[in-house]
Design a protein around this ligand. Structure first.
Ligand SMILES: Nc1ncnc2c1ncn2[C@@H]1O[C@H](COP(=O)(O)OP(=O)(O)O)[C@@H](O)[C@H]1O
Ligand SMILES: N[C@@H](CCOP(=O)(O)O)C(=O)O
Length: 309
């Protein structure tokens, strides 16, 4: 039976950004990054009130089609809980359409906030992390981003055929990142749509390229968790970065510049952000050159999973 939430309860979800693929781990590996959106949801007597501050405030809809609103409603529905009205405030920091998983963060944040409300009133109905990974991946379509924002750290995600042929079971495990690894992102001002750059990928790849990526993706897990000295070979890719390069000229240039300087750089997600993984301080001259190319250079912590207070 559906349970109705009382009016006036409130929670805030703090959800990290993420970088998907990490080079060879296309559609599987993800890393949670210390850039956070905050979503505060309060139950009211009726209606829907949405406010958005920061990134995307003037572009995203402030109503029922807003991604966070849809995720909050999905989270309540999954727990069998109803709210007569909702007040939702989004304080956005994660840049949109830059390859930092903003859409997955919005979905994970909305689901986690809904779950926080459920936990206050009917803890036995609250969803666990496995269910949050499933729901957010189903909803957003990118389990590499979604599971990083749910679980934090570096994640390996995969999917299995469900009982119903149309359904997939999304799974993920998280591993701690070697503390010697520093994460730097170079964020362009221009945007790129994930749907567009996915469209550039071929249906078929040569067996040798697939085999190349299998070795590098396996190595990436080792390099990220215990052997940062292997980050350069561990971030090589044949499956998507080259194919997307024509749509991402600035990104492609900076991945090459950084790699020539011995810094393990990849396209972050579907781009256009560049992800750099290093154990040394990021060189000042490269920072200055990147900023001169209109890239924001951000040193970020590896984040934990979404938190609800
Ligand atoms: N916090 C948010 N609130 C509402 N919509 C969002 C939010 N974050 C992202 N989106 C939607 O997702 C789109 C970006 O998704 P996508 O192209 O997959 O890029 P990204 O790499 O940032 O996830 C935005 O244009 C916007 O429509
Ligand atoms: N594996 C996906 C990841 C998309 O991430 P985003 O942050 O660019 O939305 C892909 O490479 O398409």
């Amino acid at each position: 039976m559906t349970q109705t939430l009382p009016v006036g309860i409130s929670v805030t979800a703090r959800v990290p950004a993420s970088s998907a693929n990490l080079g060879p781990g296309f559609d599987s590996l993800g890393l949670a990054l210390g850039l956070y959106d905050e979503i505060t949801v309060t139950t009211t007597g009726s209606g829907l009130d949405v406010r958005v501050e920061g990134e995307g405030a003037e572009e995203v809809p402030w109503g029922p089609t807003h991604l966070v609103v849809r995720a909050v409603e999905r989270g309540l529905e999954a727990a069998g809980v109803w709210a007569d009205g909702l007040d939702i405030v989004c304080r956005n920091v994660i840049p949109h359409s830059r390859g930092l998983g903003s859409s997955a963060s919005a979905v994970v944040g909305g689901l986690a906030a809904a779950n926080g409300l459920v936990r206050k009133v009917a803890p036995e109905r609250a969803l666990d992390d496995t269910q949050l990974v499933q729901l957010s991946s189903e909803f957003e379509g990118h389990p590499d981003n979604a599971s990083a924002s749910v679980l934090g750290g570096v994640v390996v995600s995969w999917s299995e055929a469900g009982v119903d042929a149309e359904q997939r079971a999304y799974r993920a495990v998280t591993l701690p990142v070697d503390p010697a690894i520093k994460v730097v992102v170079l964020v362009p001002t221009v945007r790129s749509s994930t749907a567009h750059t996915r469209g550039l990928l071929p249906d078929l790849v040569p067996h040798r390229d697939a085999s190349f990526n299998v070795s590098r993706a396996a190595l990436a897990v080792v390099a990220l968790t215990q052997r940062p000295d292997l980050l350069m070979p561990a971030t090589e890719d044949m499956l998507h970065q080259g194919q997307r390069a024509p749509a991402l000229p600035l990104t492609t240039k900076w991945v090459a510049v950084l790699r020539e300087a011995g810094i393990a750089a990849t396209v972050s997600g579907a781009g256009p952000t560049v992800l750099a993984l290093t154990t040394e301080p990021f060189p000042a001259e490269l920072r200055a050159a990147a900023e001169a190319d209109d890239l924001a250079v951000l040193e970020l912590e590896v984040a934990g999973g979404v938190e609800v207070s």
